[in-house]
Design a protein around this ligand. Structure first.
Ligand code: ADP
Ligand code: MG
Length: 696
């Protein structure tokens, strides 16, 4: 019986209707789905240790020998069933015991050759060693599965144990015929075939030569083997395909057509309170060129905190407004929406287009007025929060949708905004610096503009690492800053400390700190406050009614308070570097010299310290992002999940960058040759990758 990858799982031996349902609930329907469920690690159980060489307890070993004695008994005192065996090889013998597994006795008999894998313990008598409840497998004619080889280890899937899955994998691989994949043909022998890769990733065949075997195992363990790379290619091709299709779909749409004349240039000059940086000029140039094209723009504006993305967005808006269209600007929080509205209102003060604010906290009458105005369809700029996405809000002549701090929004929200118009231009902005390789895969369907330059006159934030003992001095510094008009953020990793006592919690510490800072206005924000309360406190801080703000990371995104000069971070060792960088970006936004103090917790590891020292030594967000990426992989990046990108099974953006590039090239070539559909039909993908991601 041969099956193909599309065959359903119940066709495999051992999969009845119950198992089939359990697997289906976890996304595995076909043999292909099963084979994409990859081992998360391997164990080398290929070479048995001679029994006579065992000397010390508490080591995990693989043994093979003959069963020379076998008995069953019940312990009288406890309801305990024991199977006891003696296993002997040429070098010695070892007693083995299994507790409450009577079927072991039924499956074994004297004289069989038995493979064992487990941890050697000191026998209870205190004399000699024994093996307690080891994994076992009787050596037969067929190839060994669980022992006597490099074995794959699977995470259990609900009721299906890892060992059961291993047997099922073997059964599937013995029966499946993996047809030549499209990529097999395109790759032309440089990589193993899909069939080989699937076989070897589950049941690797160890090379016989010792040095080669060591290297092979390292690569298998590290997921960098050619087999893993081949599977990564399949996944990356799947992703590249989705992105290219999104791009292609977009290029078939007709966009709102914009023009730029002398009038707009005049206005632009009038609205800018400062000359643009070189990077801003470049970004504006790229955006304005896109806006004049017949197909909708989809562009990511990536710029470190404080690089001045808002004015770039304002200039883009100006072009769209003066071409007779409306602009919607989506911000993740009330405070940010308000901040943008204030900034944009000032910029547009002498330009004849209205700037509206639409947030949840507006009075119903005010909201209604904005909705009515937008409904007219005359050129206007509206800044808002999620309230903007409500169905009752119509923006009939939407020409440009802007999404700020886009990682706070999901794809569907971005989509809802875009759908308020008919194929408007899209500009998404992010301050989370993203390594190039990650940007390609996350935002491969977008063009990218980068602001890699800060406005002139900024002095980098001075970052220092301090132990707890430095607190009195730090408090003195806080008082001085507050008295001279500066403002201070003091950030904690958690609100309450009950669950993780090692972390400094906001609630446990702010009271003491407030007492020590007597006479200075302090405020508190965290995620459990109602949004209105939180906004009220943040506003008071922005306006200077509060000088010291105790907070959790809710303050991370986008807040622009130029007077803030000091950022204190408790337990910085618990934060990712990218997140620390976001936090640090809240200060150093004005003329005054700013500081970031990393206040270490107890028992910080050497690696953590080195990481923080690296962070303190650089102000470059991209360098920080690369390092964070290198240390923690892409999974930790803010927004990867919200963005709706599936998680890979074999592929790693960190380990397989050349495969990512190769996959993109192959997909582009297929597109140019008009063979995208064949490519798509011929890919084998894990279940989650099959889902389509809507075009931006
Ligand atoms: P971000 O990119 O983090 O969103 P903002 O748009 O909030 O940055 O800008 C940060 C600050 O820099 C604002 O106060 C803004 O007015 C100022 N700014 C932006 N561009 C320039 C420039 N070219 N010259 C001087 N200041 C600028
Ligand atoms: Mg911003």
């Amino acid at each position: 019986m041969t099956l193909n990858l599309a065959a359903e799982l119940y066709r495999l031996p051992g999969v009845g209707s119950v198992r089939a349902r359990q697997l289906r609930e976890r996304g595995l329907v076909t043999v292909g789905d099963l084979l994409w469920y990859l081992p998360y690690r391997y164990e080398d159980r290929s070479s048995p240790t001679p029994i006579g060489a065992l000397a010390t307890p508490d080591v995990t070993v693989t043994l093979v020998g003959e069963v020379t004695d076998l008995r069953e008994r019940r312990a009288r005192t406890r309801a305990l069933h024991l199977v006891e065996a003696l296993v002997q090889d040429g070098s010695g013998a070892i007693p083995v015991v299994w507790f409450n597994q009577p079927y072991v006795a039924r499956s074994l008999r004297r004289g069989v050759r038995l493979w064992l894998h487990g941890t050697v313990r000191l026998a209870r008598s205190g004399w000699g060693l024994q093996l307690v409840s080891p994994e076992w497998e009787v050596e037969e004619d067929r190839e060994p599965l669980h022992l006597g080889r490099v074995v794959p280890v699977y995470r259990r899937l609900g009721p299906a144990s890892g060992r059961w899955l291993r047997s099922l994998m073997a059964a599937a691989l013995a029966r499946v015929e993996v047809a030549e994949g499209v990529l097999d043909r395109l790759l032309g022998g440089e990589y193993p075939t899909l069939a080989q890769a699937l076989q070897q990733v589950h049941f690797p065949q160890l090379p016989t030569e010792e040095a080669a075997a060591g290297r092979f195992l390292d690569e298998m363990y590290g997921r960098t083997s050619l087999f893993h790379r081949r599977l990564a290619l399949e996944e990356f091709a799947g992703l590249a395909l989705v992105l290219e299709k999104a791009r292609a779909a977009r290029s078939a749409l007709a966009a709102p057509r914009c023009q730029v004349s002398e009038r707009e240039r005049e206005w632009a000059r009038a609205m800018l309170p400062f000359p643009l940086t070189g990077a801003q000029k470049r970004a504006v140039g790229e955006i304005v060129a896109d806006l004049q094209k017949p197909t909708p723009m989809a562009r990511l504006l990536q710029g470190d905190v404080g690089s001045g993305k808002t004015v770039v967005a304002a200039l883009a808006s100006l072009v769209v407004l003066s071409s007779g269209y409306q602009v919607a600007f989506l911000a993740p929080t009330e405070v940010l929406a308000q901040q943008h509205w204030t900034t944009l209102s000032k910029l547009f003060a002498r330009i004849p287009f209205p700037v509206y604010l639409l947030t949840g906290s507006l009075a119903p009458g005010e909201k209604e007025a904005v909705r009515k105005a937008l409904q007219q369809g005359s050129p206007a700029l509206v800044v808002g929060t999620h309230a903007l996405l409500e169905e009752t809000v119509t923006v009939p002549r939407l020409g440009l949708a802007i999404v700020d701090e886009q990682h706070r929004f999901g794809t569907s929200q971005r989509q809802r905004l875009v759908e308020k118009g008919s194929s408007p231009h899209l500009l998404v902005m992010t301050a989370t610096p993203i390594p190039r390789s990650l940007a390609l895969s996350l935002y491969g369907d977008l063009e990218v503009s980068v602001l890699d330059e800060l406005p002139p006159g900024r002095r980098p934030v001075r970052t220092v690492i301090r132990e707890r003992e430095a607190l009195p001095k730090l408090l003195q510094f806080v008082r001085e800053e507050a008295r001279s008009g500066g403002r201070v953020y003091w950030v904690f990793p958690v609100i309450e400390g009950s669950e993780t006592p090692a972390l400094k919690s906001l609630q446990a510490h702010e009271r003491t700190l407030r007492r020590q800072l007597e006479g200075i206005a302090c405020g508190t924000v965290h995620g459990r406050l109602r949004p209105e309360e939180r906004d009220a406190v943040m506003r008071a801080f922005a306006q200077g009614e509060i000088a010291v703000l105790f907070a959790t990371t809710v303050i991370e995104v986008g807040l622009d308070v130029p007077e803030a000069t000091l950022m204190v971070i408790e337990n910085p060792e618990r934060f990712g570097l990218a997140q620390l960088h976001q936090l640090r970006g809240r200060v150093g936004r004005g003329q005054r010299r700013s500081f970031c103090v990393l206040l270490l917790g107890e028992q910080v590891s050497r690696e953590a310290r080195q990481r923080l020292e690296f962070f303190a030594s650089t102000a470059d967000g991209f360098a920080v992002a690369e390092e964070d990426f290198r240390l923690r992989g892409p999974g930790e990046f803010t927004g990867m999940r919200q963005w709706g990108r599936p998680e890979f099974r074999a592929a790693s953006l960190l380990l397989h960058q050349s495969e990512l590039d190769l996959a993109r090239t192959l997909v582009r070539q297929a597109l140019e040759a008009g063979e995208l559909e064949q490519l798509e039909a011929g890919l084998s993908l894990p279940p989650s990758l099959g889902e389509d991601i809507p075009p931006g």
